[in-house]
Design a binder for this molecule. Structure first.
Ligand SMILES: [Zn+2]
Length: 227
C-alpha cells in the first residue's frame, strides 16, 4: 500500500509540512539563542522563579543531556532542561524552560487534557503493532484483525489530538509568565520567544495532521476491502 500513488500523493504535502516545521524549530532556536535576554536570567533561573511564583514547591529542576531533550516528568516531578536551555541566558532558553514549567503548572492544577494524555501513554505504544496487524489483516482478508489493528493505530491519533491543547497551553503559560514577571523587558523580546515556541507547536500540528490523514486512508482501505 505504501507504493500506492494515491497514498504518496495524499501524504506528500503533510510530510513536507512536517519536515519544514522540524527545520523551522531548529532554525528559530538557533536564531534566538544568539539574542541575549536583557534581564540576564538563565533558563534554569527563570524556571525556578516561575515554579516559585506559581506556588509549586515539590518540583525540581535538573540538567539533562542532549539537544532539545527538554521535558517535564510528571512521575518524578522534575523539569529536565538540556544544557543549552539550563545554562543559556538567551530568548530560546527562557521560552523552552518556561514552556516545560507550563506542564508542571498543568499537572499541579489538574489540567484535564494533560490527565487524558497521560492516561493514553501506555496504550500509545501499541500503535506500530496496530499498523502491522492492520496490514496482515488486510493482506490475508482477515477483517477482524485489520479492524483491531486500525483501532490500535487510532489510539495514537487520539493521543496526538489531545496533546495539541496541552502543548499550546504550556506555551501560553510560558509567554504570559515571562511577560508579566518582567523577565522579558520588551515587546521585541516577547516576540522572539513567541517565534521559538510557535515553531515548536507547529511540529505537533504537522505530526497530528500526518497521523490523521494516515488513519483516514487506512480506514478507506478497510471499507474498500470489505466490498
Ligand atoms: Zn511541551
Amino acid at each position: 500500500m505504501f507504493f500506492d500513488p494515491v497514498y504518496l500523493l495524499l501524504m506528500a504535502p503533510f510530510m513536507l509540512f512536517a519536515a519544514w516545521a522540524q527545520r523551522a524549530v531548529k532554525g528559530r532556536f538557533a536564531k534566538y539563542r544568539q539574542v541575549p535576554a536583557r534581564s540576564g536570567i538563565s533558563g534554569a533561573e527563570a524556571a525556578a522563579r516561575m515554579l516559585r511564583d506559581g506556588g509549586i514547591t515539590n518540583v525540581k529542576i535538573e540538567q539533562s543531556q542532549g539537544f532539545l531533550s527538554d521535558h517535564y516528568d510528571p512521575k518524578s516531578l522534575t523539569v529536565r532542561l538540556s544544557p543549552d536551555v539550563y545554562n543559556g541566558r538567551h530568548l530560546s532558553a527562557l521560552g523552552v524552560a518556561c514552556h516545560e514549567v507550563g506542564h508542571a503548572y498543568q499537572h499541579a492544577k489538574n489540567y484535564a487534557p494533560l490527565k487524558m494524555r497521560n492516561a493514553l501513554v501506555p496504550l500509545s505504544f501499541g500503535s506500530n503493532i496496530g499498523l502491522i496487524l492492520f496490514m496482515i489483516g488486510l493482506a490475508f482478508s482477515m477483517m477482524e484483525l485489520a479492524v483491531i489493528g486500525l483501532l490500535a493505530f487510532a489510539v495514537i491519533v487520539v493521543f496526538q489530538l489531545i496533546n495539541l491543547p496541552v502543548e499550546f497551553n504550556a506555551s501560553t503559560r510560558a509567554k504570559e509568565y515571562l511577560s508579566t514577571s518582567g523577565i522579558l523587558t520588551s515587546n521585541q523580546e516577547a516576540q522572539g520567544v513567541a517565534q521559538v515556541l510557535n515553531a515548536a507547536a507547529l511540529t505537533y500540528v504537522a505530526a497530528t495532521a500526518q497521523a490523521l490523514v494516515q488513519l483516514l486512508y487506512f480506514a478507506s482501505l478497510l471499507l474498500r476491502g470489505r466490498d
